[in-house]
Design a protein around this ligand. Sequence first.
Ligand code: SF4
Ligand code: SF4
Length: 350
Amino acid sequence: MNPARLSGRMKTVSMADRTLKKEDLGKLIDSVRAKGGRFVAPALLARQVVFRSVKSAEEVATGYILARNSFKEFLFPQTEVIAEFSMNKDSVGLKGVEVDAPETVVFGARPCEAASLKGLRTLFTWDFVDEFYTKREDKTVVITVGCTSGDEACFCTTVDLSPESTEGADVYLRETEDNGYTVKGLTEKGKKFLDTHDAVFTSGAAKERPLFKPETVPAVDLKRVSERLKDRAHYDDPVWAKLTMKCIGCGACTFVCPTCRCFDITDEGTAFEGERRKNWDSCQYDAFTLHASGHNPREHQPQRWRNRFMCKFNFYPEKFSSKGCVGCGRCIRVCPVRLDITEVMQEFSK
Ligand code: SF4
Ligand code: SF4
């Protein structure tokens, strides 16, 4: 963990147009489910708070900082079938499958992770419209809750976000002193959602809890990071090995990251029939860039880490005008060797 971390409090800004009482969260879940939707929220599983589909308010976690996983897996599942194939001596058949895209509400996401949606959308519609992603996102309402607590790994303010950011959210909530929420519809989709479930909400004022404010990581200059990464002279900089040699290539950082979206396509089954699957992949694996010839252009782990860092702070901002890192800190919390991306950001700010 980068030692140069402090925390503070933000001044509160009220912009709500409704309130949701604590005891009415269950009614909202029932109302969504009664219309055939799924309600995804942070909930305890194996002693960890993770996004999962819930059926009651009792399952929804409270007092969490950030779910351990990103809600991206409800738009971009870890594995899914995208086609089926069959072969016989006369023909080859390839059959597409219907996208499974249920009406979904993601409740309790944090503002940082919602900001990842712009980059995901741009990527999945870049040179080909991936309907397995777009159809699900179209049917998902993202409800963020401003953070009233955080930890040393949070660094949203360093990447120009904050607990008040609304990018990617359809509805923004603030916790209130009586354990309810103030509610603000942001997008047409969000406002329609609130109107559809209007009976669950109340009007009137409520006192909001103050927001947490992570201090910006000292000596980080995103412009300088980007400039240095554009200069290919950094490719052979020994600093990559110095900072990242301890990485064991487990890929955990990429799987929990809300902006990471690499996948592989595999055919599974027999020689005569089977299914084509889209599976999460990770640039931190040695086989990620392994050529059929046996040559691997990213043979060593620091080269793989360099690619991940460049993806976040050069490729995404340059190619898609979107954030490759939203400062959620998940990769820092999950890393088994305590490799902290903000230390690399500091190094490349010099
Ligand atoms: S790189 Fe780390 S801090 Fe940045 S968005 Fe991904 S998981 Fe969050
Ligand atoms: S979680 Fe840590 S050890 Fe694992 S691939 Fe990421 S940086 Fe490397």
